[in-house]
Design a protein around this ligand. Structure first.
Ligand code: MN
Length: 231
């Protein structure tokens, strides 16, 4: 199978826009929109999470998929009431409004992906200590119970979507969201997330979503980031 056909099988119709995007990332300038300060560089080198998440995965997931959401959001909000808003405000203001579905989808996918990059770090994963470790034991009873619920959510999200650890008032809980949906619109504070769409793991794990979830929990979760998000 040649590369183009492999991509078509892996990513479906998105392949057209994926292949049409130039390799270099565009940069948002303050003059373009009010949201430029919210764009995010990858917080580590593309090969920093190998062998658990490959540079090749980042070339597509960060360099193509994520960049498309950023570019689309910028185009869609240009000249509208959303143009000068921070990314989170664009998401909250467009949520649930039929006329702004495309803006919501692209803005929320931009946010979710940025949150996902920060949810991982080299040498991450495993049972957390400190304030976040204590908060997990308090809310779930044990780290093992948290893992069980997180794996269940990440395995059972049908089609594209996300598994999250969130804070709901003083309680932590695991939730899953479909497509671009994000805990922000429910008033929950996200602590970390895992992208469970096939493009996130197909290059490294093919169809084995369970292996992908396991390596995320054991080797990649950035617990310092999760703790920094605790209120
Ligand atoms: Mn993704």
């Amino acid at each position: 199978m040649d590369r183009r056909n492999f991509l078509k099988l892996s990513f479906g119709l998105g392949v057209l826009s994926i292949l049409d995007i130039p390799g270099s990332l565009s940069v948002l300038h303050a003059a373009d929109t009010g949201w430029s300060s919210n764009t995010q560089a990858l917080p580590y080198a593309k090969d920093a999470l190998e062998p658990y998440m490959s540079a090749r995965t980042f070339e597509f997931h960060y360099g193509k998929h994520y960049q498309t959401y950023i570019d689309n959001t910028r185009k869609l909000i240009s000249g509208t009431e959303f143009a000068t808003l921070p990314l989170k405000d664009i998401i909250l203001k467009s949520y649930g409004k039929t006329a702004h579905t495309a803006i919501f989808n692209n803005a929320a996918q931009s946010f979710n992906h940025e949150f996902f990059w920060s949810s991982m770090r080299p040498g991450g994963g495993g049972k957390p200590q400190g304030r976040i470790g204590h908060a997990i034991e308090k809310s779930f009873g044990s780290y093992a119970q948290f893992e069980k619920e997180f794996i269940e959510a990440a395995m059972t999200q049908f089609g594209s979507g996300w598994a999250w650890l969130v804070q709901d008032k003083s309680n932590l809980k695991v939730v899953k969201t479909a497509n671009a949906d994000t805990p922000l619109t429910q008033g929950w504070k996200p602590l970390f997330t895992l992208d469970v769409w096939e493009h996130a793991y197909y290059i490294d794990h093919q169809n084995r979503r369970g292996d992908y979830i396991r390596s995320f929990l054991d080797r990649l979760v950035n617990w310092d980031f999760a703790e920094s998000n605790l209120v």
